[in-house]
Design a binder for this molecule. Structure first.
Ligand SMILES: *Cc1c(COP(=O)(O)O)cnc(C)c1O
Length: 369
């Protein structure tokens, strides 16, 4: 049996090589490696797509940091986070001088339980960062209601949710602002690092743009404390190329994910990804849950099937964050049960079948009965 990597980027790179070489030669024949026209074209396309003002930046983590700065969230403020997320959610809040407050999880989905947030709110609460994990949006209505009642800023972490929808609305268009990552394995990925911020208020977008470019409103006019968080012209050009293929890639992800779901439904002891009624996932990750996770992961690995865990630890379980967070999650054991199966546009149907057969063989074997 051939090996199945968790995410084999080389397949996409091989398939797309002619287009990528063409993109590179166009950028090389221009003269703007920074602030090239591809950057503004990408921002314009994303703004049209989302119906929001979009500003690109160097990566998704910077996007979160800059958004917090735009809304002047800092020392003494509290920001409600999911404990089950990429560590940069906490890093951004702590770097801003604010305190992460960890919310309870919905154990079915790994998303924050938006119906249980009101008891977390204090006079110091300034913002909530719902993270649309694995490509599924957090139920937003209870969060938007809380925001209105308590004047909170809602910052959607859409790093895993580009293209996901809730009640027909795209991820990143419900709150005040949204952060996107174009890390290569995201649904819309660059060939390196990249990120973007989307704002409901164009004036906030302008401030974000200035912060990401050393506080300049125009060349040599520095009017606020800024930093360097720019998206390279080359990465913007790759992203424009990848946008052309995005719908095709999404269709492939959906079909592979549906195939997993249909096959794995035969294994009654396995918990399949739970999708809320009003949600359309973007099929970023296919995350199953089982009490036998560690044994299953090893079993698959021995057969050459690579899996991953998103994430092995919640933020409250990270010793270096313990001092700096307020943990109201009440503890969760979800990290012991979750397992992400291979899912990417260039994964083959036969490989999905192979993963299913292996998982079935594992549960059929006497060791877990
Ligand atoms: C990838 C990711 C980020 C950070 O993006 P980078 O571009 O790698 O900085 C933030 N949040 C979540 C949930 C992510 O998956």
């Amino acid at each position: 049996m051939s090996k199945i990597p968790f995410h084999d980027l080389s397949r996409a790179l091989k398939e797309m090589q002619p287009q990528y070489l063409e993109v590179m030669s166009q950028v090389l024949s221009g003269d703007s490696l920074i602030h090239g026209k591809q950057v503004s074209t990408l921002e314009q396309k994303l703004s049209e797509h989302l119906g929001r003002s979009v500003v690109t930046c160097a990566n998704g983590s910077d996007a979160l940091e800059i958004i917090l700065e735009v809304y002047e969230i800092g020392v003494g403020d509290e920001v409600i986070l999911s404990p089950l997320t990429w560590v940069s959610n906490a890093e951004a809040v702590i770097r801003a001088g604010a305190i992460p407050v960890l919310a309870p999880l919905d154990e079915r989905t790994g998303l924050i339980d938006s119906t249980r947030l009101s008891s977390l709110i204090t006079k110091r609460t300034k913002a909530i960062i719902p993270v649309h994990l694995y490509g599924q949006m957090v139920p937003m209505q209870p969060i938007l209601d809380l925001a209105e009642e308590h004047q909170l800023i809602i910052i959607e972490d859409c790093a895993q949710a580009f293209g996901a929808k809730q009640k027909g609305e795209l991820a990143g268009t419900c709150g005040h602002a949204a952060a996107y990552s174009f890390y290569p394995t995201k649904n819309l990925g660059a060939l390196g690092d990249g990120g973007a911020m989307a704002f409901a208020d164009p004036l906030k977008a302008q401030i974000a743009k200035e912060i990401a470019n050393h506080g300049q409103s125009k060349r040599d006019v520095h009017q606020r404390l800024g930093r360097n968080s720019r998206l390279d012209t080359l990465q913007a050009a790759f992203l424009l190329e990848n946008l052309k293929h995005f719908d095709d890639w999404q269709a492939k992800r959906k079909s592979l994910s549906d195939r997993y779901r249909k096959l794995l439904a035969n294994i009654s002891t396995l918990t399949l990804p739970y999708i809320h009624l009003n949600n359309e996932s973007n099929h970023h990750l296919f995350v199953i849950q089982t009490a036998h996770r560690d044994a299953l992961k090893l079993y698959l690995n021995d057969l050459g099937i690579q899996t991953a865990i998103h994430y092995p630890k919640t933020l409250d379980q990270m010793p270096h964050l313990k001092q700096t967070t307020r943990d109201l999650t009440g503890g969760s054991s979800i990290c012991d049960r979750i397992l992400s199966l291979p899912l990417y546009p260039y994964l083959k149907e036969a490989e999905v079948d192979q993963v299913y057969e292996a998982i079935r063989a594992f549960f059929d074997s006497s060791s877990v009965r």
